[in-house]
Design a protein around this ligand. Structure first.
Ligand SMILES: Nc1ncnc2c1ncn2[C@@H]1O[C@H](COP(=O)(O)OP(=O)(O)OP(=O)(O)O)[C@@H](O)[C@H]1O
Length: 293
């Protein structure tokens, strides 16, 4: 499966939400990473066929999405940011309802629902009302409904928002399982969530795709730009005014500050050690507002 997003732009009146977005995707997990308002949801809504681009096109195995018509939707599974559940429905009834909307045969749907409820670990709760579900359970139910038609492209908008640490782990394992023969595109601004699940990271800023790399490659782009300094409290101001600080730990009368910058911080009498960068540092490097010097 090859999905090409070609020269996609989206304008809302005079606001350019997405600007000339170009990317070719194959099976694997892609994380769209960017700050709030970067354009992630807009790209996902266009891919999910609930919004049209102002310009540009989407191609699946060389065929234009518009040419594919309803066959394009058959390839899709979509979990929007705020998925609307009928809270009085049970998990099972909800999945039956979505199956009917997707035009699945009732008998086939029942078999698929049994399989999916087990897969997302909600089998025990199939007769329970969604109203009593935790965030993670709702998320897994959302994924189950998106998988009903065995999609080849799965789109998940902010799937890890509001999940507790256990639910996050469960989610990561689930995605790893799902992505074997699919294109999975998920958006997030929680960096730690993608470190272990994304085969590639697509970094968006102000509507544009500014970087596309594996997590390892993207981390390597800031090698030599991450440092730890051990400072006295009164020296901290000088550092904060000049550099981006990703983390601070207080240790007795000292502060250990992790700094991300193109320039090695030089403060008289303060030791500066180069560190191995991580994805949190990457996020800070690309997104944090410039500090005023
Ligand atoms: N229907 C709309 N009308 C006007 N502006 C919009 C509309 N939808 C999105 N925008 C604007 O387009 C830009 C991109 O929004 P989008 O929701 O795609 O960002 P995002 O990266 O998904 O952010 P978030 O993480 O907050 O969802 C924002 O400035 C947003 O205000």
């Amino acid at each position: 499966m090859e999905l090409i997003i070609k020269n996609i732009s989206k304008k809302f009146k005079d606001k350019v939400a997405v600007n000339n977005f170009n990317v070719t995707l194959n099976n694997g997990v892609y994380a769209l990473l960017g700050e709030n308002g970067a354009g992630k949801t807009t790209v996902m809504r266009i891919l999910a066929d609930v919004s049209s681009p102002t310009t540009g096109e989407i191609l699946v195995n060389g065929k234009n999405k518009n040419e594919l018509g309803p066959n394009y939707r058959d390839l899709l599974g979509y979990v929007p940011q705020d998925i609307g559940f009928y809270k009085n429905f049970t998990a099972e009834k909800f999945l039956m309802y979505v199956s009917a909307l997707k035009g699945l045969d009732k008998k086939e749907a029942k078999i698929k629902i049994d399989e999916l409820l087990k897969f997302v670990n909600l089998d025990k709760y199939r007769k329970k009302k969604i109203d009593g579900f935790s965030g993670g359970m709702k998320q897994r139910l959302g994924i189950a409904q998106a998988l009903l038609n065995d999609p080849k492209i799965l789109i998940l908008d902010e799937p890890t928002a509001g999940l507790d640490p256990n639910e996050r782990i469960r989610f990561k394992n689930l995605i790893a399982d799902i992505s074997k023969n699919k294109i999975v595109i998920l958006s997030t601004h929680i960096v730690s969530d993608i470190e272990f699940i994304a085969s590639e990271i697509l970094v968006m800023k102000d509507g544009e795709l500014i970087e596309r790399s594996t997590p390892r490659e993207i981390i390597d782009t800031i090698k030599g730009k991450v440092f730890t300094l051990k400072l006295k409290e009164e020296q901290l101001n000088r550092l904060q005014n000049k550099f981006k600080i990703s983390n601070m730990v207080r240790e007795n009368q000292y502060v250990l500050a992790r700094v991300v910058d193109d320039v090695r911080p030089e403060i008289e009498g303060v030791a500066c050690i180069e560190e191995e960068p991580n994805l949190e540092d990457v996020f800070l490097y690309y997104f944090k507002e410039e500090v005023c010097v």
